[in-house]
Design a protein around this ligand. Sequence first.
Ligand code: PLP
Length: 281
Amino acid sequence: SIVYLNGEFLRLADAKVSVLDRGFVFGDGIYEVVPVYKGVPFRMHQHIARLQRSLQSVRIHLEYTEAQWQALVEGVLARVDDSASNLMVYLQVTRGVAKRDHAFPAAVEPTVFCMASPFARPGKAQREEGLAAISVPDTRWLLCHIKSISLLGNVLAKQAAVDAGVDEVLQFREGYLTEGSSCNIWVVKNGVLMAPEANHLILEGIRYRFLAELARNAGIPFEARPVSAEEVNDADELMLTSATKEVLPIVRYNGNPVGTGKPGPVYALLRASYDRVIESL
Ligand code: PLP
């Protein structure tokens, strides 16, 4: 497959960066994942806005306009072999290549990388049977709102799920829910949809706002507020959202059924609304 690296379109096998790239040495960079349905990047404007915010937050200076990002992504999409499948576009920017020193190097060009890979929308089994999750302490840093490529905390969290034989983790900081290893978490109690506020302790997913919009349109009350571990234990429904998982129900939590142990009615409404939007693209 063809990828973009620093101004060129190359075969994946020919796309090489230096071992002194600060992404490799320090995890000094940011990224985005954009789902593409029928060739159309979904919520591209929001993804590019978040990318620009991440760059600003870590002070990587890259003067790409939204139109330039769009052209770059379209360049990659135009070169995809299997354009019939749904795709996910991965975009990464690192501070660039420099002698190893923590401080920002002077006058280096950021490394810009983009690739597209096929992605399968969640299937019948995941939608109808739901997922299992466990709770873990959130051991990550305090700038989780930046979509940083330094993902060791998230990697260790996800591996805790794999080791426990479940699909996902719910992370908690000082007794309050933050998010999953690579997804936002939603809690339903008495018909009210809740999620932790989008602050520095979570990555505000592009689907965070999207699901809140779908809830509003479906007449489901939504509250962005601190959600305690007790409230999660006591939830009627739990669900997660991310670019590739879209929205999926969590039906087992710490070994116990969530609510009835089956995907709930709020999930069913949101899932149907989500599908309608994607099918109308
Ligand atoms: N939280 C974290 C830590 C993530 O890595 C992600 C990305 O998948 C999300 C939340 C969800 O964000 P999005 O809906 O933009 O995929």
